[in-house]
Design a protein. Structure first.
Length: 352
């Protein structure tokens, strides 16, 4: 009999996990401290690749690569099932200097990642994007269509254990128990785990974004320069992001970040000087060392799992992370060595 699951956190990682479990016939409840998908999953830009993949460890690019490969079919299936279009779009990404051109060429050659040399930079033509809020809406609807239960505004207050098993989770809306538990609480994962977080290093990293609206898309591709990106949507919206700030659980926006992003973006797209700012927001990414998430079973509690710490690439990694966790739960062979994603606990994982 398939076990009953309780998932703590209803961002993209938690919802993707819930969806895959439900598709296997599991009974799944998802609890969320706020509203579904309204933290970093909603706030991000939805670029389905590392900003400069040659600057990241293989542990990151293997996972983002698998996620990007799974995304077209995943997004199409969500659209078909829910009639909500996540707006998956292979828009390409133009990388402008400064960057290490020889390193980029070498990495792309070795990883069969298409690259086109341009006079003003490098075009990565196969980089896609998705519209985060619509992806979250589709995922939520599909989870509910499949019979999943979602409880919002339900904050975890403690985890009760007996021996090497979790017995129950106490929350602001009562106690929940299940056979297996999955923590996918993003930047709050360490707080949710409390004394059971061991040496897990997941912390909030604030990112601020700007939104503008043109009559038609002002750019053909995503444009990236020195950590700042401009993301054109199909309907003329343009996202400008993002900051990377270690300020704890502070989600406020700042004039300094707004002005800096706006001014830098104008150098790449002068038409922004005449455009009104539609929206300015921030989100808290689940920061982790070297952008490597922690996925898999708790070292000391046999029915507790984690799928969190994806830092900047939670949306990109979401289908891959869910697949890796499903493989572990089902005892299925993994597509590659996943031991680095167990290292985030800081202690050896007992697989017996």
């Amino acid at each position: 009999m398939i076990p009953e699951y309780l998932i703590l956190g209803a961002g993209v990682a938690g919802l993707a996990t819930a969806q895959q479990l439900l598709l296997q016939g599991a009974n799944v409840t998802v609890i969320e401290r706020g509203a579904v998908g309204q933290e970093s999953s909603w706030a991000g830009g939805g670029i389905l690749a590392p900003l400069c993949p040659w600057d990241y460890a293989d542990e990151v690019t293997r996972l983002t690569g698998l996620g990007a490969a799974l995304f077209p079919q995943w997004a199409a299936a969500l659209h078909d099932a829910t009639s909500i279009d996540p707006e998956y779009d292979v828009s390409g990404m133009l990388v402008l200097p400064p960057f290490d051109r020889s390193l980029a060429r070498q990495w792309c050659d070795e990883h069969e990642f298409r690259l086109e040399e341009k006079e003003d930079g490098l075009l990565l033509p196969d980089v896609a994007q998705v519209r985060n809020p619509r992806l979250i809406q589709a995922l939520r609807k599909h989870v509910e269509m499949l019979g999943g239960r979602i409880v919002e505004h339900c904050e975890v207050q403690g985890i009760s254990t007996e021996g090497d098993r979790v017995q129950a989770v106490s929350t602001s809306c009562g106690e929940f128990s299940a056979e297996r538990y999955v923590v996918s609480a993003g930047a709050w994962s360490k707080q949710v785990l409390g004394q059971y977080a061991l040496q897990l290093d997941i912390r909030p990293m604030r990112g601020q974004m700007l939104l503008f609206k043109f009559d038609t898309a002002p750019l053909r591709h995503i444009v990236l320069q020195d950590g700042m990106y401009l993301i054109p949507r199909r309907d003329g919206h343009l996202l400008v992001g993002s900051t990377l700030e270690d300020v704890g659980f502070d989600k406020s926006t700042t004039v300094e970040a707004r002005d800096s992003l706006w001014q830098r973006a104008q150098l790449l797209l002068p038409a922004l000087r005449e455009m009104p700012l539609i929206q300015h927001w921030s989100g808290l990414r689940p920061g982790s060392p070297h952008n490597i998430p922690t996925i898999g079973r708790h070292p000391r509690l046999e029915n507790l799992y984690l799928n969190s710490g994806h830092f900047r690439y939670g949306v990109t990694m979401a289908p891959a992370s869910a697949a890796i966790l499903m493989n572990e739960l089902n005892g299925v062979e993994q597509p590659f060595d996943v031991s680095p994603y167990a290292a985030g606990w800081g202690v050896a994982v007992n697989k017996s």
